[in-house]
Ligand binder design. Sequence first.
Ligand code: FES
Length: 104
Amino acid sequence: MPKYDYHLFMCTNERPASDPRGSCMARGAGPLMEHLKVRAKEMNLPGVRANKAGCLDACDRGPSLVVYPEGVWYTVRTTADIDRILEEHVKGGRVIESLRMREM
Ligand code: FES
């Protein structure tokens, strides 16, 4: 079983536009996930894996991204947010308080 230093899960769940819960895909998770994969590969970070996830049950605060092993939850809105998470958190080991998901 592979072990990762950092394992990132990004919600790419999609619901119909009529669903009042909304979804991370409706909030732009698709291109953000693609950017995460490409950027992580470009940075050649050993021991880091990024995976798509189903609904993480934080739909109103998405697009949702959780970083393990710390279990830090982020709301990511832009590719710049992704870049910061990879540079500052995954590479630098510093949690980015300004991107942290708000509490329920
Ligand atoms: S749809 Fe992404 S957390 Fe629920």
